[in-house]
Design a protein around this ligand. Structure first.
Ligand SMILES: [Zn+2]
Length: 469
């Protein structure tokens, strides 16, 4: 299906080379070690095992805040099942306090018996927390704004009041056997002393996690490492990180957060969320896979990524972006002749992700002027045309010459190749035609009329060959 989607209307040739690889990740060393990064922000701090993380997918909470998102009950259940099957450890849902249907949906999903823990995201308010606990969730993700801006313009409460409210809701959750996380909103624009004071207080109360939120995507990787390190030093509990992508750092910040001591990462399918969203689930997994391929394959069903992304894209009425991690239409497309030559021998030459592991196909786009005869040879073999190397090279030259004058298609390529099989072209004629093709390339800029694809390839006057490959 993916192949169909990717190739529709495109001048490409799809071929799954499917070679499993033996790359191993570099960050499997246990627990904490001293950083050896020269001059980096980690100087003097600790670097944590990059594989020490759990995913909290928030497509059904943060994702609901995406501009065009609406999920009905059936769709929410379908999404929850897919995420569960994929292996994410937590699924976060919109607060029961948001609407009556939201409350019903939480109860339904919490009772599906999924392996993933079900969380709901609530304000630091007893009414919301009680509703959440009554809905049967495994955990409550409590949040509260702590920046001066939010203190003054949102809830109007001071730090002492926030700590007191946090104490109340935390004690209630723990008493009812429900996991609790306490998060500050806009953590990077909050006063550090305030943030640490709150985290220390709730840590002592026994929360499972504190949450650091880059609510507006303002943090740089360096700032993430600094803040996480400080929080890591202040608490014993787990730490969750929520990265918005306003400035394109969400994935990098998430990785940096883990390496600085964070244990839980928030994601959304396709990164959907408020404004332009948060850390994308697929992109985050691509990042982590590149560090430790076997571990990520063991923990997550990576072939589910395209399925769940296509489902979400359809529901929220967007296209999967061409440059999306793993599933974008060009994510595994190779075009340059030099690349293709190496890819055909060993895909790892130009790929760090093995498309096989994600259930997607590699695409070789050879119908262009930057193609090479190795790529064309692959097509010759696929069509079982039995052309000699010289014929393939001559055909390649013709394809390149044609591509100098207009956009060429797979049908153009096949027609040229088949023309060579229909006509047993002598070596002398090949040389002559290659010379003619070179002349045609030289004057291509002046050409205004596309070369007829219906012409006979046996007619040397119509051949455009090139000696360059
Ligand atoms: Zn958010």
């Amino acid at each position: 299906m993916l192949s169909t989607i990717f190739t529709q209307g495109r001048n490409i040739f799809t071929r799954a080379l499917g070679r499993r690889t033996s790359l191993s990740g570099g960050l499997t060393e246990p627990a904490i070690k001293s950083s050896k990064l020269n001059g980096s922000h980690n100087e003097g701090t600790k670097t944590y095992d990059a594989m020490n993380f759990k995913i909290i997918d928030s497509t059904l909470r943060e994702g609901e805040q995406f501009s065009t998102a609406y999920f009905n009950t059936h769709q929410k259940i379908e999404i929850a099942r897919m995420l569960n099957d994929m292996g994410v450890e937590y699924i976060e849902l919109t607060s029961a306090a948001a609407s009556k249907q939201s409350q019903k949906d939480i109860e339904l999903i919490a009772n599906l018996g999924l392996k993933a823990k079900i969380l709901t995201h609530v304000r630091c308010h007893m009414d919301d927390v009680k509703k959440a606990v009554e809905s049967g969730v495994n955990g409550v993700n409590v949040f509260c704004g702590t920046s001066q801006l939010l203190q003054q313009n949102s809830h109007g409460k001071g730090i002492e009041h926030i700590v007191e409210k946090a104490r109340e809701v935390t004690e209630y959750c723990l008493k009812h056997g429900v996991e609790v996380r306490f998060s500050t909103e806009d953590s990077f624009r909050s006063n550090l002393a305030d943030v640490l004071k709150i985290y220390s207080a709730v840590d002592k109360l026994g929360v499972n996690r504190v949450g650091i939120a880059d609510t507006f995507g303002i943090a740089t990787p360096k700032q993430v490492a600094q803040l996480v390190s400080q929080v890591r030093s202040a608490v014993n509990c787990d730490i969750e990180f929520h990265a918005h992508d306003d400035t394109g750092c969400a994935i990098a910040n998430s990785l940096n957060a883990i390496e600085s001591g964070v244990t839980h990462i928030d994601t959304c399918v396709l990164g959907i969320g408020e404004r332009n969203g948060i850390t994308p689930l697929g992109g985050f997994l691509a990042r982590m896979y590149s560090l430790n391929r076997e571990e990520i394959k063991r923990r997550y069903d990576l072939k589910m990524i395209s399925k769940v992304e296509n489902y979400i894209a359809t529901l929220v009425n967007v296209q999967v972006p061409f440059n999306n991690y793993i599933t974008g239409s060009s994510a595994f497309t190779h075009k340059a002749g030099v690349h293709i030559k190496a890819i055909l021998k060993n895909p790892e030459c130009y790929e760090i992700l093995n498309p096989d592991d994600f259930g997607v196909e590699r695409t070789i786009q050879f119908a262009s002027r930057i193609t090479g005869w190795n790529a064309i040879q692959a097509r010759v073999e696929q069509l079982n045309l039995g052309l000699s190397p010289d014929q393939t090279k001559a055909a390649t030259a013709k394809i390149k010459a044609l591509a100098d004058t207009r956009n060429v298609s797979l049908a153009d390529v096949d027609e040229i190749l088949k023309g060579f099989t229909m006509h047993n072209i002598p070596q002398e004629q090949l040389a002559q035609e290659q010379q003619q093709a070179q002349q045609a390339v030289d004057s291509a800029a002046a050409a205004t009329t596309p070369i007829s694809r219906s012409s006979s390839y046996g007619d040397s006057a119509q051949h455009l060959y090139s000696n360059s490959f």
